[in-house]
Design a binder for this molecule. Structure first.
Ligand code: GLA
Length: 334
């Protein structure tokens, strides 16, 4: 493992760690426990920045570990065990998104363990942080195994809380700066997705994918139907929806004809937020040379469904004292 100084954030030294094997080379940083670079067959498959200032400036959660609750919580409010909680309203002052003003993406994580093939981070998230109940201790381990990146998450709490962790890497298996994600073939083993309202908050309804632009079960180019006349696509300006897995494996895959690379996703999570970089227009070029453009890459976020704390019909997102939250997600490159 090669470790070097990446810069200073919140008065703390931040490092970048690079490791891998003859197939994959991965770089991660302590700032937000973020994936900075993933190289497979000499191709850069993740959008990242060359220096820490790119991450501090970033508003799109590039490569980051997102929490305490990934995606949106309606009006930033939920109740748990008879108590009402109000979270930070960091999205347009009306919704709670990706953990709040300083979510886990913008915290400096502590290195708990380093091995030749991986790194384990720890974060302590105090009771009341961004409005969430309970002191939470979180571990996230990034590991390279053969041609896969494996991310394992663990968390424990001392009070009932809600939790939804994910990794927010934007993948481009055609090579960052070489082609955009519209050219790439996405397969999702999902029969339904969570319908959203104008504020991108789930309505609670799971809509069947069959016969809609959301049917990726046999694989199709992202660009094929992204511009279709469909109210859900109009609201989000593309895909920005949580698909519910149907139990088939792999849960999802994406491939590029140009590079010949395919990435398969295996996860213990119930769903995947597919976000086609619809707001990706920041003046913050990837690796100091590739401009951020709409649909430049796709975030494939394995997680629980958005706004589950307010949706009794969605899979449970509650963590109680004595329990252990775990997630195991594999990104396999072929
Ligand atoms: C998620 C959300 C999107 C957007 C991005 C970050 O994927 O679903 O709406 O907020 O994060 O920009």
């Amino acid at each position: 493992m090669e470790t070097s100084f990446f810069g200073k954030a919140q008065d703390t030294d931040v490092f970048i760690h690079t490791f891998g094997n003859d197939k994959i080379t991965l770089s991660v940083t302590d700032y937000g426990a973020r994936v900075v670079s993933l190289r497979y067959k000499n191709t850069e498959c993740v959008c990242g920045f060359s220096d820490l200032s790119g991450y501090i400036k970033d508003t799109e959660y590039h490569g980051s570990t997102v929490g305490r609750y990934a995606n949106r919580i309606s009006d930033g409010k939920f109740s748990l065990g008879g108590e009402s909680y109000t979270l930070a309203l960091n999205e347009k002052g009306v919704e709670h998104l990706h953990g709040g003003n300083t979510g886990y993406s913008d915290r400096v994580w502590e290195v708990a363990e380093k091995t030749s093939d991986g790194i384990k981070y720890r974060l302590f998230s105090p009771d009341g942080e961004e409005g969430y109940p309970g002191n939470l201790e979180i571990f996230v381990r990034f590991k390279v195994e053969d041609s896969s990146l494996v991310i394992d998450y663990e968390a424990t709490t001392d009070k009932d809380t809600v939790i939804n962790l994910t990794n927010h890497s934007y993948f481009n298996v055609g090579g960052v700066g070489c082609e955009n994600c519209r050219e790439q073939t996405l397969m999702i083993n999902a029969d339904s997705y969570a319908e959203v309202d104008e504020k991108l908050i789930p309505t609670g309804k799971l809509v069947q994918c069959a016969g809609t632009p959301f049917d990726f079960r046999t694989g199709k180019k992202i660009g094929k139907d992204i511009g279709a006349m469909d109210r859900q696509l109009e609201i989000a300006g593309g895909y920005d929806h949580c698909f519910v897995f149907n139990g088939k494996s792999p849960m999802a895959s994406i491939s590029s004809e140009k590079s010949g690379i395919t990435m398969e996703i295996y996860t213990t999570e119930p769903g995947i937020q597919v976000y086609t970089g619809n707001f990706m227009t920041e003046d913050n070029p990837f690796f100091a040379k590739y401009p951020q453009r709409t649909n430049e890459a796709v975030a494939l976020e394995c997680n629980k469904l958005p706004d589950s704390p307010n949706q009794p019909g969605f899979p449970c997102c509650i963590l109680r004292p004595g329990e252990r939250y775990t997630q195991h997600t594999v990104y396999k490159f072929i």
